[in-house]
Design a protein around this ligand. Structure first.
Ligand code: FHN
Length: 686
């Protein structure tokens, strides 16, 4: 064989070798990761489907109709009773092609379906359990039919898979109320082995899978090491698959983002909420129900409007995230009509405006009064998509602080792309709009600009508190160094003769600070404005006979909010050194009511930071300063209050239902930065 042909063969062999690149943990380059994430980042919009045995009871059990996919736990249904749903699951109206077409026509690019939810029931033909769809009268592999339908429609098939499994004998822990299911002989590593075998089925027999959406990772048996191992295992089966952060631990509750230091998979998963701002450098996807339940609930008709869903889609895309919108099919295999109606309406909007969502990146603006913005880089220009939620009556669309040279503007839905007039006013670009709004839910106005966007943010106005009792220091900051900040104290619009900011200044009376960035005496940014009010402090008291610590009353019971203590039996009472739950006797279903005094050494405005899981209410004197009541994970609310020197009564009422519990009160004042309230200044009257 001639040298040349040998070389050619070697080259061919090496190219084949490259095409079957194995996944090697830790060896993925940024470029390779970007390539793997590209379809997902461009897609922006997917369908979540929660479907399983729980569709049979459809949320109803006994007197309650508010259950859904958690029904086995929320209704405390024993395993053998729940297993009977197997004989009733026969979704004869299920049509995979119809489902996939509904998703595609809605503009969704991927479908994430519950291959197995927490109840452990498997929607595919698994060789590793009888608790699967082949044991039902339906006897069809739903995942096979769906993956084939997705293949036909070029929709990415993705699996939701619950780590938590309330059915498998080796999964731990058991449900607290399942007294009859011993943990004896259970081996969690056996369960992990079972889960891996099932994942191998799901990643071997159904084609390329776009995303593995893990869930149910929050119980103490699942660890970061299990998570990292499972991530590598799954990538080893399908190297190009994308895996969410719930494979690991450290997800900050429903905020869905992984705490630093923990392994976060490929993207964060805010649930039923949208982050307040974009998260530069972080891939994330908000998942959300259309009504109040993930799984089908027959009586839940509280569906979000199409307008609300479209504006959520725009808000999420403007922050660089994906939107995973849920459908909970019925036991017959049908999407609820309310879901179909919304999917179709969203689809008709996407037909005209999808370009403003797909393949876009986050807004270059921090805030737009009338809507949102997404953007797309072109060759020598950038296309800005303005999502106008509130069509201005003036027919003038005001884009603040845009320093870029404009090229043209037009309505995306306008087939003629009629050019709209563009003018400049102070720092803003003004686009003249037609009087007829093309879409009251979200109308897209396109503005093409030269190069990358040049945005001048309005100056930031900062002070320690929003109110003050004697004086307050004000500072102004900006994000670039080419301009001067000019400001006024009476709320008037700064102009070329207004005071130039050259360092923080003090106010001693109520003032409205307004600030704008100027270059060559021309405003280039929007104007920030904030009112700082001078207030009278609540008078402190002198109280004789105080002792250190707080009085507390301790109660046990099950509540969804801070209870009304009148008529409740006090289980225990005494003196606590601080607001720290140290006197609790159990981890769930308890409430503690703390009362005492806090000693204020210097008059001024104090900020309190109340963190709790579950609910809490902070009272200072007669003021309910922070109401952080209700069921939630450990999150913080703040409040500020002007206090005179001396003693002020303080009270925190707290309750915990289930899951983690914690309570912490921190504060900052005229003489100190944020710190946990120290025990030494808390006192009580015997
Ligand atoms: O417990 C599940 C819940 O049933 C649902 O699947 C959601 C969807 O993301 N995830 C968990 C709650 O965070």
């Amino acid at each position: 064989m001639k040298t040349k042909s040998v070389l050619l063969c070697l080259l061919m062999l090496s190219s084949f070798a490259c095409q079957n690149v194995e996944y090697v943990p830790g060896e993925e380059t940024t470029a390779e990761r970007d390539s793997r994430m590209e379809w997902w980042r461009d897609a922006r919009f997917g369908m979540f489907i929660h479907w399983g045995l729980y569709a049979v009871p459809a949320g109803e059990w006994g007197e309650s109709k508010n259950h859904a996919e958690w029904i086995r736990t929320t209704a405390q249904i024993p395993l053998d009773t729940y297993d009977q749903f197997i004989d009733e699951f026969n979704p004869v109206k299920f049509d995979a092609d119809q489902w996939v077409k509904l998703a595609k026509e809605a503009g969704m690019k991927y479908i994430v379906i519950t291959s197995k939810h927490h109840d452990g029931f498997c929607l595919w033909d698994s060789k590793h359990t009888e608790f699967d769809v082949m044991s039902t009268p339906f006897k069809r592999d739903i995942m096979e039919e769906l993956s084939e339908a997705c293949e036909k429609e070029d929709i990415k098939m993705c699996w939701y898979h619950s780590i938590m499994d309330w059915h498998h004998p080796d999964y731990l822990p058991r449900r607290a109320w399942e007294k009859d299911r011993t943990e004896e002989g259970s081996d969690f590593d056996n369960y992990v082995g079972y889960m891996k075998k099932q994942l191998k089925e799901l990643l071997s027999h159904y084609g390329d899978i776009g995303v593995l959406w893990f869930d149910g990772e929050w119980e103490k048996t699942w660890t970061g090491n299990y998570g990292t191992d499972l991530y590598h295992y799954v990538r080893g089966l399908q190297p190009d698959i994308i895996i969410n952060n719930r494979v690991g631990v450290g997800r900050s509750g429903m905020a869905g983002l992984t705490e630093s230091g923990e392994f976060g998979g490929d993207f964060g998963t805010p649930e039923q909420q949208i982050p307040a701002t974009g998260l530069p450098g972080t891939d994330w996807e908000t998942c959300m129900t259309m009504n109040k339940h993930w799984g089908y609930n027959r009586v839940d008709k509280d569906f979000k409007s199409t307008k609300d869903l479209l504006q959520k889609l725009a808000d999420i895309a403007s922050k660089g995230g994906n939107f995973l919108l849920n459908v909970g099919p019925t036991a017959e295999g049908l999407f609820p009509q309310e879901s179909i109606d919304r999917l179709k309406a969203i689809g008709s909007w996407m037909d005209k405006n999808g370009e403003s969502i797909y393949g876009t990146t986050a807004s270059p603006f921090k805030h737009l009064e009338w809507g949102r913005c997404t953007q797309k880089a072109m060759e020598e220009s950038t296309r800005l998509y303005f999502h106008v939620f509130d069509w201005p009556e003036s027919q003038k669309l005001r884009i603040p602080g845009l320093g870029s040279e404009t090229i043209r503007a037009f309505i995306l839905a306008d087939p003629q792309q009629y050019e709209l007039k563009i003018t400049k006013e102070r720092d803003a670009i003004i686009i003249d709009l037609p009087d007829n709004c093309p879409d009251p839910d979200n109308a897209i106005v396109i503005l093409d600009i030269v190069g990358d966007p040049v945005i001048y943010e309005a100056p930031k106005i900062a002070a320690r508190t929003n109110t003050f009792t004697s004086e307050l220091q004000i500072s102004l900051n900006k994000t670039e160094d080419i301009s001067d900040i000019r400001y006024t104290r009476d709320g008037s619009l700064p102009n070329e003769s207004s005071q130039i900011y050259n360092g923080s200044f003090t106010i001693t009376e109520t003032a409205i600070i307004s600030a704008t960035c100027f270059v060559n005496n021309r405003p280039i940014s929007a104007t920030s404005s904030y009112k700082y009010e001078k207030v009278t402090p609540l008078p402190g008291r002198t109280v004789i006979g105080l002792k250190s610590g707080l009085k507390y009353n301790y109660y046990e019971g099950e509540w969804d909010k801070v209870p009304d203590y009148n008529g409740l039996t006090i289980k225990k009472q005494g003196v606590a050194d601080n607001f720290n739950l140290a006197t609790k006797e159990i981890e769930e279903n308890f409430s503690i009511d703390y009362q005492g005094f806090i000693d204020i050494e210097f008059e001024g405005v104090y900020t309190f930071y109340l963190t709790s899981d579950d609910g809490s209410i902070l009272y200072i004197g007669e003021t309910e300063l922070i109401n952080h009541d209700g069921l939630h994970n450990a999150t913080e609310l703040t409040g500020e209050i002007p206090l005179g020197k001396g003693l002020h009564s303080i009270r925190i009422s707290f309750f915990e239902k289930s899951g983690g519990n914690m309570l912490e009160l921190a504060w900052s004042g005229p003489q100190f930065d944020r710190q946990v309230v120290k025990s030494g200044i808390l006192q009580h009257l015997n």
